[in-house]
Design a protein around this ligand. Structure first.
Ligand code: MN
Length: 516
């Protein structure tokens, strides 16, 4: 019988702290719910002490989820542990995840502590966490570059103090698969108490080996793998969850291990994260890249048509990839729309359905055929919508290659109407400047891109913008329209509304980021 490997998702902690991937509270909750739907075992929802925003999101996720274990990261420090417990205690199964570095490089230059003091601190803080919570994970930061006898001593100490999961992070993405396998085998020998707890792997992708290293750890006895959706994370990222899950699934006889992940939720999770962050995966990315299941070579296509197994090791259906089928038209009613949304896997409340349905109707009027992907684009945006402080009323653009572009934008806020005119380098720039004038803030445009959701001349344009405030906070926005200029304007207004939402909720100040 295959043994089970737990999937520990850190998309909302390690992933979220990477550039361009920050999420607001509403986005984190949607993502957490999707992770639970995918049957992730443990969700690391954040680093509670790092900011008020992180604290609130860990707490809200802990109180919202019904099945998953919810963890908060904490340094081996009294205040961190208090804060972590305060945040996770409302969960069905709360976990405190504490860490301290064990490599001489980190102990000497970062912690400025002697090994004996690190040992004492690790044991004492584990004991403190265990008083709050029976489910305690201990991570030895930079474990792969640590002195093994010392590491073993620390692990024996924290296990005796009550830690139930021991994680050995390759914090800097330095190790290789053969070495990682040996490392896990060796540490099990040096610290025999590891047999009583769950051993965990946490790999970074600096050498492109995060997934391979994680699988080597599984072979060497790891019962938990830490990873992120789409492999997002610090620098080159974390191990990609979808790759680990599908490798264990596809090669189950070889690994003799399985996860409880609902693999057919992979595409939806990947897509939701992309839509929230605006960070796309590369087309040739394993499992979730656009080309991952596209057979271009004629000989392959012929083979796949005869018998799919000739060139296909996994089916697109197994990860939840559906064909681009025509589903609804302009005469479809709200009931049919709601059913379709449900089948696609989105849970919207009545107010959200109302708005999404309005957008669907407007789209169906402009576009001949409405595909699943169009509906997903509308719905996924609605699902993470923040309060619309500013609403776009109308816009007029005057543009051409012999004149300077001008834009007139009219928006409402709290029932009041605002209108501004601006010139710019092209229609989009002019429109963005006019919005900036209405908002009355200095906003730098960091990124602007547009792509089509489906093929065809009347395809829906999906625009993303990223703006930066004078204080340095970044916000991304998304807009959909069959008119590309309008899509851009909606995206910009969306980013502004997200900025105002974050500022109002006080969720904006991130102070400490963990290196684990
Ligand atoms: Mn990490």
């Amino acid at each position: 019988m295959a043994r089970s490997v737990r999937i520990f998702d850190t998309t909302l902690r390690d992933g979220e702290q990477s550039p361009g991937c920050s999420m607001n509270l509403k986005e984190k909750i949607k993502m957490a719910k999707q992770l639970e739907r995918m049957r992730v075992d443990i969700i690391e929802a954040g680093f509670a002490i790092s900011s008020q925003g992180d604290f609130i999101s860990v707490k809200t996720i802990a109180e919202t989820l019904k099945e998953c274990t919810v963890a908060s990261l904490a340094r081996a420090d009294e205040n961190d542990i208090d804060r972590a417990w305060e945040a996770v205690k409302g969960a069905v199964d709360p976990r405190i995840h504490l860490f301290i570095a064990t490599s001489s490089l980190h102990m000497e230059h970062k912690l400025r502590m002697k090994p004996d003091d690190v040992y004492e601190r690790a044991v004492a803080m584990t004991a403190k966490a265990v008083k709050y919570c029976a489910n305690v994970e201990f991570s030895a930061e930079d474990s792969t570059r640590s002195d093994m006898p010392f590491l073993a001593r620390v692990l024996e100490g924290v296990i005796a103090a009550g830690a139930t999961t021991i994680n050995l992070p390759d914090t800097v993405g330095y190790t290789t698969p053969d070495e990682h396998y040996e490392f896990f085998m060796k540490i099990r020998e040096l610290a025999p108490s590891l047999e009583k707890v769950t051993l965990s792997s946490h790999c970074h992708n600096d050498l492109g080996l995060a997934v391979a290293n994680s699988l080597a750890a599984v072979r060497a006895g790891a019962g938990q793998v830490e990873c992120t959706v789409n492999g997002i994370g610090e620098r080159a990222g974390n191990a990609a969850m979808e790759e680990i899950v599908m490798a264990l699934h596809t090669r189950k006889p070889f690994y003799g291990a399985e996860t409880r992940i609902a693999a057919n939720e992979i595409v939806r999770s990947s897509g939701l994260l992309t839509r929230i962050t605006g960070v796309k995966v590369q087309p040739n990315k394993a499992i979730v890249g656009e080309n991952a299941f596209a057979h271009e070579a004629g000989i392959h296509q012929h083979g796949v048509m005869q018998d799919r197994r000739t060139y296909e090791i996994m089916t697109p259906e197994s990860i939840g990839l559906s064909k681009n089928n025509l589903v609804l038209g302009k005469h479809s009613g709200k009931h049919a729309f709601r059913d379709r949304v449900k089948t696609l896997g989105y849970e919207l409340n009545d107010a959200e359905i109302e708005i999404a349905f309005g957008k669907f109707k407007a789209l169906a009027d402009k576009k001949k055929t409405v595909y699943d992907r169009d509906i997903e684009a509308i719905v996924a945006k609605e699902a993470v919508q923040v309060p619309r402080t500013y609403k776009l009323e109308s816009f007029v653009i005057n543009s051409g290659n012999t004149i300077t572009s001008t834009a007139v934008i009219r928006m409402t806020r709290d029932g009041k109407t605002f209108e501004k005119v601006s010139r710019g380098e092209g229609p989009v720039d002019a429109a963005f400047k006019a919005i900036e004038k209405i908002v009355g803030r200095e906003l730098a445009l960091e990124d602007y891109r547009i792509e089509s959701v489906t093929e065809g001349e009347d395809a829906l344009g999906d625009a993303r913008v990223r703006i930066k405030t004078a204080e340095g906070s970044e916000f991304s926005g998304r807009g959909l329209s069959t008119d590309v200029i309008e899509a851009g304007i909606h995206a910009y207004v969306n980013a502004v509304n997200k900025m105002l939402y974050a500022e109002r909720e006080g969720l904006d100040s991130k102070k400490i980021s963990a290196t684990l």
